[in-house]
Write a protein that binds this ligand. Structure first.
Ligand code: FAD
Length: 476
């Protein structure tokens, strides 16, 4: 029986651990923190239960290691535009077209239908040629894929330009642009291939896990237990030991050495290459880093019928938000004055006391430490002041919750970085791009899973990375 060490108990690490143990390996997971799930965090207070990370599960067919009880969402998302238009997305295409026509007119519905057919081609090509296969610069260059798939994905084209080509209504353009942020990217730089994201979300639906998405970590943990995986919490891996270009073991925080020839790392690739390997190595194929997020967790009195499970409130000038949170060569990244505000409020009595609601509010935010003082999220008072600001923005967009708060907690990019080891609190690891770091590590026996490597961030992609890596390692 071969011994495999998994570093990190995020969704990628736990999924790889289950799959490898079922394939006959003796698997040990070392996790630096005192809890499982990584960014898939849960926070409980006064009878309220919050997911501190993911709130939307897509591509349920991917989660084969976790038997989940799922509830479909309709609408998947409610969009509130700056002119007051409200558009609910539907997992049934014909129904969504009717909703678009009712809210924005027939021309807009026709445009979305045309875009949808192109997005389906992109999805089909991505699923077949990219998402379940290790993609490397060499495989791209060798054009080993079907030429039709390459044409559909249109490498080199941006999501923004694809949207401008198909969609005339500025509100639909805004709606499409937002999908770039599902990988923490700027739509003006993100590849057109990300059109696969709205396709997948609407064609296969958006799902809620009763009790909250944190349940996924619990289910994966029990799958680990049944498969015989050993999990050690509060056990950071300080180094990956190598000799002659091969993995020989991992050095733990207490100085002890655990010998193994196979390490699956769920740690951000940047950290692995910079800090865990014996000599810092250049990470090839590093795409842009993902955005971080600023989160408010709020216990709220009363009910809010204007909210769907997920509601997005758009700003008047979307590009100015991207300019601000990404920064540029001449302007440092800063929190946005007029950000998009994403509110999740589950109608699930398991997550709030009766007569109340548990709100998760997320806005795009620059990574911790990427700019000057403005992006030092540890600066005294910044988190509270920005939280006040976000609630003021929400009030100006028609939803004033400030006099209904039972309590309010804040999670900044610096908090996420501290809790999960995500550099700068990047939500998704690397932002959208075809050239993410590859799953095969720089030394023999090292494999990488999780949001910072191919095929990317978000629960389904992270799960696919783990499945690909486990299958590549093969049976014991
Ligand atoms: C606010 C927020 C909202 C999100 N919303 C969604 C959403 O709605 N839908 C969706 O699909 N995705 C969403 N995501 C993204 C999703 O959470 C991530 O893509 C996914 O959970 C990342 O999993 P991972 O496998 O990369 O591991 P991570 O979650 O990054 O976990 C890595 C683990 O490794 C551990 N670790 C790090 N260094 C060491 C070390 N040296 N030794 C031992 N252990 C170590 C960490 O403590 C951590 O537990 C969201 C994320 C956030 C933060």
């Amino acid at each position: 029986m071969s011994r495999v060490v998994v570093v990190g108990a995020g969704v990628g690490g736990l999924t790889a651990a289950v799959r490898l143990a079922r394939a006959g390996h003796a698997v040990t997971v070392f996790e630096r923190s005192d809890h499982l799930g990584g960014k898939l965090g849960v926070y409980e207070r006064d009878g309220f239960r919050f997911d501190t990370g993911p709130s939307l599960l897509t591509l349920p067919q991917v989660f084969t290691e976790a038997a989940l009880d799922l509830e479909p969402l309709d609408p998947v998302l409610r969009h509130v535009f700056p002119d007051g238009t409200v558009l609910d997305s539907s997992p049934v295409h014909a129904e969504f077209l009717e909703r678009i026509a009712a809210a924005m007119g027939d021309e807009a519905a026709h445009d979305w239908d045309r875009f949808w057919h192109r997005a389906r081609r992109i999805w089909t090509a991505s699923w077949r040629s990219v998402l379940r296969k290790p993609v490397t610069p060499a495989s791209l260059a060798a054009l080993s894929w079907r030429v039709g798939d390459l044409a559909a994905i249109a490498p080199g084209r941006t999501l923004r330009s694809l949207g401008r080509h198909y969609l005339r209504d500025p509100r639909l353009r805004m709606m499409l642009d937002r999908y770039a942020t599902y990988t923490g990217a700027d739509p003006r730089r993100a590849p057109a291939a990300l059109a696969a994201v709205p396709y997948a979300e609407l064609a296969f639906g958006g799902w809620y896990v009763p009790g909250g998405l944190g349940t996924l970590a619990t289910v994966l943990a029990s799958a680990c237990a049944s498969a015989g995986v050993r999990i050690e919490l509060n056990t950071p891996v300080e180094h990956i030991e190598t000799a002659a270009g091969r993995v020989t073991g991992v050095r733990l925080g207490d100085g002890s050495l655990v010998r193994t020839e196979t390490v699956v790392s769920n740690v951000d690739a940047l950290t692995v290459y910079r800090d865990l390997l014996p000599e810092p190595r250049r990470l090839t194929g590093l795409a842009d880093r993902s955005l971080a997020g600023f989160v408010l967790l709020m216990g709220v009195r009363g009910e809010t019928p204007s909210l769907a499970h997920h509601t997005v409130f758009f700003p008047s000038y979307y590009d100015s938000e991207f300019d601000t949170v990404f920064g540029s060569a001449t302007r440092r990244a800063r929190p946005a004055a007029d950000p998009t505000v994403f509110v999740t409020r589950a109608a699930d009595p398991r997550v709030h006391p009766s007569g109340c609601e548990a709100w998760f509010v997320l806005v795009n935010a620059p990574r911790h430490g990427t700019g000057w003082r403005e992006t030092d999220w540890r600066r005294a008072g910044l988190a509270d002041a920005y939280g006040d600001h976000v609630l003021g923005v929400l009030a100006r967009r028609g939803l004033d919750v400030r006099d209904r708060l039972v309590f309010r907690e804040t999670r900044t990019p610096a908090d996420l970085a501290a809790a999960t080891g995500a550099p700068g609190g990047a939500i998704y690891g690397t932002a959208g791009g075809l050239m993410r770091p590859v799953n095969r590590g720089a030394v023999e026996g090292l494999h990488l899973v999780g949001g910072s490597v191919h095929p990317g961030g978000g629960l389904p992609m992270v799960t696919l990375s783990a499945q690909m890596v486990a299958d590549r390692i093969g049976p014991a």
